[in-house]
Design a protein around this ligand. Structure first.
Ligand code: AHM
Ligand code: MG
Length: 335
């Protein structure tokens, strides 16, 4: 059986750190802890049908959604590991109403926002799910951090990425110097560099949106999506529809293969006036990744996702993200 002899994710992080003699190693340490949390969740996800971890936990989260057992497991795994890693001053999770304090005496200089298991509706049906994370430098001087440390623009992220539990488990991340992808060899327990310097195609071939909601969309958004279905040989259209319903998996496919993902606001649905996706845990980290890979991310009224100043922890934002020429073209409809 083939065994990779390549670069492990830790080797890659250490090598990158060497290029920055001023670095303290804290960001490397933080990423290392996230990798361990990701491997722990991956192992549990792989056993999901066998261990008693499918189904509901009986709780409801801040978003009013029912919490699945695996959501809870992933949330607790990250929370417990990261609270005493020594690199963070405060955390926020999509699953928790309030900010999450770190253990006293273990305060560090970064903040972490995470979606522990994105794509919850796919957990019980063996479809790809993932963990998304976003790291900022703290704004407060020392001690326990607070909400103000977390409410920072996406453009100020120092690292962002995800761990995708798919046909294989992958970790994809950026520290602002391009996007690297690593694949887990579960028999060794290591992530190996499998997708160095990911660049997303300039123009895509996939259209990813929940078209079941299209009657709620703004007229111009609908006109844009419809235009992707029209025949245009030069632009490779009509595009093929691909929608998994796990943002992290839809994003990953389009990152590699090229395409456009849209979760616009549902103007006529009072429950989702800004769409469904959350700025801090979903839109901002993926926007950093796509920009680092040569693509773009905007709202459905053409605002750059990375420029949005968050005003609350669980803020939702309409998201259009993907290949550069596709987002450029979307903007001509949106403005
Ligand atoms: P979750 O974080 O609770 O799983 O919700 C977010 C998910 C995204 O992964 C996905 O893009 C979206 O919700 C799918 O929503 P819908 O079922 O409305 O298409
Ligand atoms: Mg999510």
């Amino acid at each position: 059986m083939h065994r990779p002899l390549g670069i492990t994710v830790i080797r890659h992080i250490v090598d990158s750190q060497r290029l920055h003699p001023e670095a303290t190693g804290d960001l490397s340490g933080l990423l290392n802890e996230l990798i361990v949390a990701g491997k722990t969740i991956s192992a549990e996800v792989n056993m999901a049908g066998l261990a008693d971890v499918l189904g509901m936990s009986g709780k409801t989260n801040i978003q009013g959604e029912e919490v699945q057992k695996l959501d809870e497991f992933a949330n607790n795994t990250i929370k417990k590991r990261m609270a005493r890693c020594g690199y963070l001053c405060i955390m926020a999770s999509e699953e928790e109403e309030d900010v999450i304090a770190v253990k006293e005496g273990y305060e560090g200089k970064y903040t972490l926002a995470f979606d522990p298991l994105d794509g919850s509706s796919n957990i019980d049906v063996n479809v790809n799910i993932g963990t998304i994370f976003s790291v900022h430098r703290r704004k407060s001087a020392s001690g326990q951090g607070g909400l103000g440390d977390l409410l920072q623009k996406g453009s100020e992220q120092v690292a962002a990425g995800y761990i995708l539990y798919g046909s294989s488990t992958m970790m994809v991340f950026t520290t602002g110097e391009g996007v690297q992808g690593f694949t887990l060899d579960p028999s060794v327990g290591e992530f190996y560099l499998s997708h160095p310097d990911i660049r997303t195609p300039e123009r895509g071939k996939y259209l990813s949106a929940n078209e079941g909601n299209s009657k709620f969309w703004m007229e111009n958004v609908r006109a844009y999506i419809d235009s992707l279905k029209e025949e245009d040989k030069e632009k490779g259209r009509p595009y093929s529809a691909r929608y998994i319903g796990s943002l992290v998996a839809d994003f990953h496919r389009n990152l590699i293969a090229g395409g456009i993902f849209a979760y616009p606001r549902d103007t006529k649905n009072p429950e989702k006036p800004y769409g469904k996706l959350r700025l801090l845990y979903e839109a901002a980290p993926l926007a950093m990744l796509i920009e680092q890979a040569g693509g773009r991310a905007v709202t459905d009224d053409g605002i750059n996702i990375l420029d949005i100043e968050p005003s609350e922890l669980h803020e939702r934002v309409p998201l259009i993200i993907g290949s550069k020429l596709d987002v450029d073209e979307a903007e001509t409809f949106l403005k």
